[in-house]
Ligand binder design. Structure first.
Ligand code: ZN
Length: 196
């Protein structure tokens, strides 16, 4: 017989973690001796939604147009009814803004009355395809080209202003350690993008 707790248990496999960690809720499915699930799944789900809403208000101070959630930095949010454990991925390990982002996330969650731990996970790579479609559009409006996908023919992202491909790398050392300056040949202006 299948254990009763099966449906509520949300232990992740690595595959699930890649597919959609953002959607998982850990419910501390601590089964008692009789196999009953002791946690309040609905309350944990609700807290999780609140945490994600707060994270939507936390910005990378270097890119204030886009939230850490839109940047795909939210790796995992585990909640019980009363507590949240947030794991974030750094978009670039050398980014000096990480401490600021973590502090901002902690402050915002505390202001929302949510008990939470916030930590960065360095064991998993952040990849550009984690950026949400909204995030990509906001980056573009902010004048930052989204990162080039692995395996793309050029290291230079398309121009965020005119969409032209085939630009040049103008300066690998952009305004922050994460970003570089590129140059668009068509509209003849420099633009920012993530470092290739
Ligand atoms: Zn252009």
């Amino acid at each position: 017989m299948e254990p009763m707790i099966r449906a509520d248990q949300t232990t992740m496999t690595p595959d699930e973690a890649v597919a959609g960690p953002d959607r998982l809720t850990k419910c501390d499915a601590a089964a008692g001796a009789d196999g009953a699930v002791t946690c309040d799944r609905a309350a944990a789900d609700e807290l999780r939604e609140r945490v994600l809403a707060v994270l939507d208000e936390v910005k990378d101070p270097e890119i204030p147009a886009v939230s850490v959630r839109e940047l795909g930095m939210v790796y995992r949010v585990e909640t019980t009814a009363h507590h949240a454990h947030v794991q974030l991925l750094p978009t670039f390990v050398g980014c000096p803004a990480l401490d600021l982002i973590r502090a901002a996330a902690r402050r915002r969650l505390a202001e929302a009355g949510i008990r939470a731990e916030v930590e960065f996970v360095l064991s998993e790579p952040w990849t550009p395809d984690r950026i949400t479609p909204e995030g990509i559009e906001k980056l573009r409006q902010f004048g930052i080209a989204p990162p080039v996908r692995p395996g793309a023919p050029s290291l230079v992202p398309p121009c965020p202003y005119c969409g032209a491909e085939g630009g040049e790398i103008e300066n690998l050392f952009g305004p922050t350690p994460c970003r570089a300056i590129f140059y668009c040949r068509r509209c003849r202006q420099p633009f920012e993008g993530f470092k290739p």
